[in-house]
Design a protein around this ligand. Structure first.
Ligand code: CP
Ligand code: NVA
Length: 334
């Protein structure tokens, strides 16, 4: 199993060929097994990774930091407040400077152009750890998780995403499903569908790879027979607080509750990249629940989130194993 990914950046899913995506999933499964059996060997000793955060993170930061630590690498976390990035120093200069000291650069922020600019000027691999457009490292974890919870190969799996489908998660799941030849449906109001250009591209890719893409405004039609039902928060990072009212009005019919799960396959699992508003334990969750007029979750009901169908925490753990695979594949010379 030879990787052709040494020295490569991952700015979006389409940077990878399907065989490279599969290679990363296989490597992640191996690294996960090694970690669990206590046989993991550090392959990134003395490597250094710069982690640039313009937006907040729990899982992605934790995954990059722990993956690096397990493999013997060191990280530095930068944010706009404690560095010159953006306000005093251009992205191009930042990329050049960091490339002189680090073996890789990770970026989480708003604009896709920023991570692409970093990759253009850096001489080391650059990883997109979420922009408004794409969340490619999340896709590796999502596919590994679906693979682990299904008896079928990835290209025979049918899965769904309901909710805000023109955000990073909607775009990324759509293009990943198309690349990997999966059967995928989106259930969302038309005004929250991905850009038409992206839909057309995904449909062509799916056709070439033996997959199927369905977009519908009916949540029940979307989830019909699906093995996995994904959703995401209804208002993403960087969107104004005032978006909640309008978004709740639009997305109310797409809430993942027990009734909607009944339309999916009998053994269907629930997935969410997290963080999720699934109860009243957060301030945002409380405020949104008041607008929605419920006493529990927003995009997912407490009943579903607390049930055995929920595999979102397996999905979260897999961020570690898949990000570790990405680091090893791109930083260890074959
Ligand atoms: N899923 C995900 O990216 O989580 P964080 O925002 O906590 O990193
Ligand atoms: N769509 C969400 C994903 C969080 C991991 C956001 O961008 O906030």
């Amino acid at each position: 199993m030879a990787s052709s990914l040494f020295g490569s950046s991952l700015t979006k899913e389409l940077d990878l060929r399907p065989d490279q995506f599969t290679y990363l999933l296989d490597l992640a499964a191996t690294l996960k097994r090694d970690r669990k059996s206590g046989t993991e060997k550090p392959m990134l000793t003395r490597k250094t990774i710069a982690l640039l955060f313009e937006k907040t993170s729990t899982r992605t930061r934790a995954a990059f930091e722990t993956a690096a630590n397990h493999q013997g690498a060191a990280v530095t976390v930068f944010d706009p407040q404690s560095s010159q990035i953006g306000h005093k120093e251009s992205i191009a200069d930042t990329a050049i400077v960091l490339s002189r000291m680090y073996d890789a650069i990770m970026y989480r922020g708003t604009a896709q152009e920023t991570v692409e600019e970093l990759a253009k000027y850096a001489t080391v691999p650059v990883y997109n750890a979420l922009t408004d457009s794409w969340h490619p490292t999340q896709m590796l974890a999502d596919c590994l998780t679906m693979q682990e919870h299904s008896l079928k190969p990835l290209n025979e799996i049918k899965f769904t995403y309901v909710g805000d489908a023109r955000n990073n998660m909607g775009n990324s799941l759509l293009i990943t499903a198309a690349m990997m030849g999966m059967s995928f449906s989106i259930g969302a109001p038309k005004s929250l569908w991905p850009d038409q250009e992206l839909i057309t591209k995904a449909q062509a890719l799916a056709k070439a790879n033996g997959g199927e893409i369905l977009l519908t405004e009916s949540a029940t039609e979307a989830v019909a027979d699906s093995e996995f039902v994904h959703t995401d928060i209804w208002v993403s990072m960087g969107e104004p607080e005032s978006a909640w009212k309008e978004r709740i009005d639009l997305l109310k019919p797409y809430r993942v509750n027990a009734k909607l799960m009944l339309s999916a396959a009998p053994t269907a699992k629930f997935m969410h990249c997290l963080p999720a508003l699934h109860d009243l334990a957060t301030t945002t969750g409380k405020k949104a629940a008041k607008i929605l007029g419920v006493n529990d979750g927003i995009e997912v009901s407490s009943e579903v989130f607390d049930s055995t169908a929920n595999i979102a925490f397996d999905q979260a753990e897999n961020r570690l194993h898949t990000i570790k695979a990405l680091l090893v594949a791109t930083l260890v010379a074959p």
